[in-house]
Design a protein around this ligand. Structure first.
Ligand code: S3P
Length: 427
């Protein structure tokens, strides 16, 4: 694989830019927004609640309604496959005096919503959900809502951001405490749009984010960096396909997202960063990955939050490394677009890898570079990251892998298959 490519705009940053632009007074311009289905779900839901959004060439112009200004949507808000859309927008609606129904696909309807519903109820939202607190779910917001202090029981940037969004239209100070730091795109974006927030770290290392609600947001122009989580598939492909050298330009390298680089560096991967710069409050770089030998490593649970979405790709790399990789503390992977522990263990085992789940850990005995046998038909369970990881595994296999559904890649990475083909054929 050879060449220089760009990947779609960061999904996490895209959702947050749209939502905050939707609350600002005036027009924001967002460039580099992902065309993926997840970000489109947030965009459509905001439009249904009165935000004006229009594409202008490579940008989106978003005219906000002002904090507290959302209108009741006429129909159900379809979140598709997007957990981030569902949880962030639930937070947004919770402090508006409107009612919204959230629906999603089968995968999203099986994912836990209690983690966000519980604190939003404490802020005054009335939530009626399918048994077990799942979508479909109807939320009646309260304005003014009740400020609270909430310590996150699970490391979740989605829950953190949902509460901070609810706090925007809530009088007084809402405090979110996260014992384990998660991606901070929400905090960075809130500051850029003029929200009144203060961040500190206590003696135990927990982060405290305090947001004083009730103020206005001003519009902001946002350049969304390339999505590191999408670049991860290209990086791992280059590492495992002999003779490869690939550069992905303009990728976000926020340290709360790049645990994969830490893990791969420990495994001996040949990856270099160049042209590091700041774009709209986020660090960005060009990342070059070259094929070479990898060595299995013990990857502690403390890495999990910083590489949560990249484990499927990491498992593929580890399966071709020399020796054993143990990736620890992965319970949250069971609650993603599929049970990614089970889905990846089954897919890689079917392709000839030595892989096993022990408790919340994944144990992989690498082949030392011998390609996967392949030949199996892989069940993705409609999970974009399982599909793309196994497509990458197929590039380093003897017989190839057949994937039941690669179309789901468009959730986060439209054009994935074309981009990989361009890199492999050098066209
Ligand atoms: C995201 C947070 C993570 C991540 C997801 C996007 C976000 O989920 O897995 O893809 O944009 O806040 P959790 O917050 O549930 O860990």
């Amino acid at each position: 694989m050879r060449g220089t490519v760009r990947v779609p705009g960061d999904k996490s940053i895209g959702h947050r830019a749209l939502i905050l632009a939707g609350l600002a007074i005036g027009t924001s311009r967002i460039t580099g927004l992902s065309d993926g289905a997840d970000v489109a779900a947030t965009r459509r839901a905001l439009a249904a609640m009165g935000v004006r959004l229009a594409r202008d060439g490579a940008s989106w112009c978003v005219r906000g309604v002002g904090v507290g200004g959302l209108l009741p949507p006429a129909g159900a808000l379809d979140m598709g496959n997007s957990g981030t859309s569902a949880r962030l927008l639930m937070g947004l609606v919770a402090s508006h005096a409107i009612t919204a129904t959230f629906v999603g696909d089968a995968s999203l309807s099986a994912r836990p919503m209690a983690r966000v519903a519980e604190p939003l109820r404490a802020m005054g939202a009335d939530i009626v959900a399918a048994p077990g607190t799942h979508l479909p779910l109807t939320l009646r917001g309260l304005a003014p809502a009740i400020a609270l202090t909430y310590r996150l029981p699970v490391a979740s940037a989605q829950v953190k951001t949902a509460l901070l969004l609810a706090a925007l239209n809530t009088p007084g100070v809402t405090r979110v405490v996260e014992p384990v730091a998660t991606r901070d795109h929400g905090e960075r974006m809130l500051a850029a749009f003029g929200a009144d927030l203060a961040i500190s770290t206590d003696a135990d290392g927990a982060r405290h984010i305090a947001l004083r609600g009730g103020g206005d947001l001003h519009p902001c122009d946002v350049a969304v960096p390339g999505d590191f989580s999408s670049a991860a598939f290209v990086i791992v492909a280059a590492l495992i396909v002999p003779g490869s050298e690939v550069t992905v330009t303009g990728v976000g390298i926020n340290p709360r997202r790049t645990g994969l680089l830490t893990a791969l560096a420990a495994m001996g991967a040949d990856i270099t960063l160049a042209n590091e710069r700041g774009v709209a409050g986020e660090a960005v770089a060009d990342i070059t990955a070259r094929h070479g030998p990898l060595t299995g490593r013990d990857l502690p649970a403390t890495l999990a939050a910083d590489m949560i979405d990249e484990y499927p790709a990491l498992f593929v790399a580890a399966a071709l490394a020399k020796g054993r990789t143990v990736a620890r503390g992965l319970d949250e992977l069971r609650h993603k677009e599929s049970d990614r522990l089970a889905a990846m263990a089954a897919a890689l085992a079917a392709s000839g890898a030595a892989i096993a789940i022990e408790g919340d850990d994944m144990i992989i005995d690498g082949s030392g570079g011998t390609p996967f046998v392949g030949g199996a038909k892989i069940a993705t369970h409609g999970d974009h990251r399982v599909a793309m990881s196994m497509a990458v595994a197929g590039l380093a296999s003897r017989d190839g892998v057949r994937i039941d559904d690669l179309a789901c890649a468009a959730t986060s990475f439209p054009g994935f298959a074309d981009l990989i083909e361009r890199l492999t054929t050098g066209s």
